[in-house]
Design a protein around this ligand. Sequence first.
Ligand SMILES: Cc1ncc(COP(=O)(O)O)c(C=O)c1O
Length: 506
Amino acid sequence: MIIEIERESHIPLYAQIVTQVRQMIVRGVLKVGDRLPANRELARVLGINRNTVMTAYEELTAEGLISSHVGRGTFISAVPIESKTQNVQERLHLSPMPWSALLTNQKRDTFLSAIGSSQKSKEIISLAYSLPQPDLFPLEEFRRCVNRVLKNRGRALMEAGLSGGFAPLQEYLTSRMALDGISVKPEEVIITNGCQQSLNLIRQILVSPGDEVAIENPTYPGAINVLCASNSRFISVPVGEDGIDLDVFEDILSQRRPKFIYTIPSFQNPTGLTMSIQARRRFIELAARYRVPIVEDDIYNELRFEGAPLPTLKALDEYGLVIYINSFSKIGFPGLRVGWIAAPRVVTDQLNMAKRNLDFHTSTLNQAAIYEFSRHGLLAKYIKRLKRAFADRRDCMLAALEKYFPEEATWTRPEGGMAIWVRLPQSLNSSQILLESAEKGVVFSPGEHFYSSLPQQNFMRLSFTTTGTASIEEAIKRLGAVIKGRLLSLKKQRGIRKGDGYAALV
Ligand SMILES: Cc1ncc(COP(=O)(O)O)c(C=O)c1O
């Protein structure tokens, strides 16, 4: 065994020994069972301190490559993993693992991840995401809550919890929902990692292969991903001025029986529309008559800046047909991943089992911290602050749209929520506009991504919550210029084409 030591190298002497012994094993110069010189002997041969050799041997032992036996000496005990695979591949001439052929459901990443990376750039003004702005988080207050729960219940929080959730939070949510007319018991509430997980769990317990699920069109893309995956069947129900189009829905129900319908009745994503009380009552009656459960996503409802609050479908439901989902992502902390489902006991029993199989339970520390933050009124205070900021931003965006967008464009005026839905002239494609506007430093969500079928190209969702008013005004100004520019060049092209056609006719 020949080891060469470079005394001038910046690599420590013991590390040089480790690397060279490892390489000799990989190359087959040293084989399993071969004996290494005693550390005293090797130190003498190399002219180095014995401790250096001992450290090297300890490192090789920790890697599992050598082992020492009292009275017998130190032996090679294993081959590094990388050299094993190398040898096998050399022997069998294997090509790399064909992952693409093995993956069951390969999808291209959506536009959101592309926007996500540009969102991080400081120069880009993003209207793409409906999320609270991190600058508004009451971090100091939240930190105190985390410290308090760790101090008071730290050990219990580190233990495994229950799939239904942290009991004080379940109880708190039960009483909070009661204030909104939703009457459930704590055991009918299950804490999840947010609405996205709730949707996955609900699909798991209700949808079998071949079943159909009804969803609004357009709707939240995360729901499309879960409910309209390539091997599932779904029915798209159009959204009109008053939320989901109940005439169409009734027509559908007279012929087909979806396993459930997923709906966002308040400040719908992406349209910002809210169902009237009359529509809500009719919706419940229809669902009851045809015995179709409703999954009500209430994630934006708390963010109402004006107008009278409306009862949720769950509060109006006398038939036990609504599964209600909500989360802290929009009113609090999207990064903590805490949401909840309220449903009849027979349903939460199954959800509990599904949750256990998926990830046992949601982080107890996160639940306890949110509970602490909520029970001291800090969440309510924070929501108040959010609503004031969001109302200003919405007003600013509406005013800027009036000022900078072409008169052919129209948009919704939501009384709450996080976004405005803009309809452009039919001839425009908002995905193409995004490419151009991104170069001008503004991104948004093109409408087509919100459709499960018949995607409309001429809509855009503009979120007003992640940037301040000055940036919103600037963003709308730049977007307006891009859109007007496109309209102008389309008009010119049409003019030229008209001219050409006329000449040809003559
Ligand atoms: C309607 C709707 N539901 C659910 C979610 C995701 O919620 P969570 O963060 O709680 O998973 C979103 C996020 O944009 C949403 O718009």
